[in-house]
Design a protein around this ligand. Structure first.
Ligand SMILES: Nc1ncnc2c1ncn2[C@@H]1O[C@H](COP(=O)(O)OP(=O)(O)O)[C@@H](O)[C@H]1O
Ligand SMILES: [Mg+2]
Length: 234
């Protein structure tokens, strides 16, 4: 059974339609990527899964219909979210920002904190630093770490490489690979950088103007010359 299955999802901001009949599935342990330009609807799609934006259509998690549930329910059900602009508390320490993610998983704090420190040794070294004084890459790490503090089954990661230097992107990619390989996590990432997405994901969905216009493995999508030109710099 798919861990997440989405059927015919539509989302509106007022009268403007941001998502049109989006359908996708993610299998347990799989990493998939949603690739699309600015404004394609990537963040909206993740917000819908998280219960932050109202939708029509259906979202199931492990076979349970979770359509229309509130964000708190989604977190307890096992969905972790590292959103686009991190939403960290700038004047709180790294440690306290991580603890914010733990409010639904109090019993797992020690275990999860240890896992986060293993994945991001730099966060262990800088536990007491305010996040306002951190680099973009470090804040991305805190954001991913905070999502992991809720003991998720599936992690939603919105544009993890936006604004980061290539070396830092590579570091983030390594960590995302380990999440899947070592923790068995299922991951959905969104990306404008299709090559980064290709290095991580087994399958991709191309989102254009709120529609899924193509889907397949990297190999399958690379065969489509137009797509390859638009998204893979071929
Ligand atoms: N809070 C909002 N209110 C109104 N329109 C929005 C809002 N958020 C996003 N949109 C619109 O929805 C569309 C998809 O946006 P978004 O999901 O942020 O795309 P992406 O993450 O791919 O850049 C865009 O046209 C954007 O302007
Ligand atoms: Mg976005």
């Amino acid at each position: 059974m798919s861990l997440i299955k989405i059927d015919d999802l539509c989302a509106f901001y007022g009268k403007a339609q941001a998502l049109s009949n989006v359908s996708l599935h993610v299998e347990p342990g799989e990493t998939i990527a949603i690739v699309g330009a600015n404004g394609a609807g990537k963040s909206t799609l993740l917000d819908c899964i998280m219960g932050l934006v109202k939708t029509t259509g259906q979202i199931t998690l492990d076979g349970e219909d979770i359509t229309g549930r509130k964000p708190g329910y989604m977190v307890r059900a096992g969905i972790g979210y590292a959103p686009e602009r991190f939403n960290l508390f700038p004047h709180m320490t790294v440690r306290d920002n991580l603890l914010v993610g733990a409010y639904t998983a109090r019993d797992d704090i020690d275990k999860n904190m240890e896992a986060v420190h293993r994945l991001f040794p730099r966060l262990a070294e800088r536990e007491a630093q305010e996040t306002s004084t951190q680099s973009g890459g470090e804040r991305q790490m805190v954001s991913l770490g905070r999502a992991l503090m809720s003991s998720p089954k599936i992690l939603l990661v919105d544009e993890p490489t936006i604004g980061l230097a290539p070396k830092v992107c590579a570091e983030i990619a390594e960590v995302l690979k380990r999440l899947s390989a070592e923790l068995g996590l299922t991951v959905i990432i969104t990306e404008q950088n299709a090559n980064f997405a290709l290095s991580l994901a087994s399958r991709l969905y191309v989102l254009e103007g709120g529609h899924v216009t193509a889907t397949g493995t990297a190999e399958e999508l690379a065969k489509d010359d137009q797509l390859a030109k638009s998204y893979f710099g071929a």
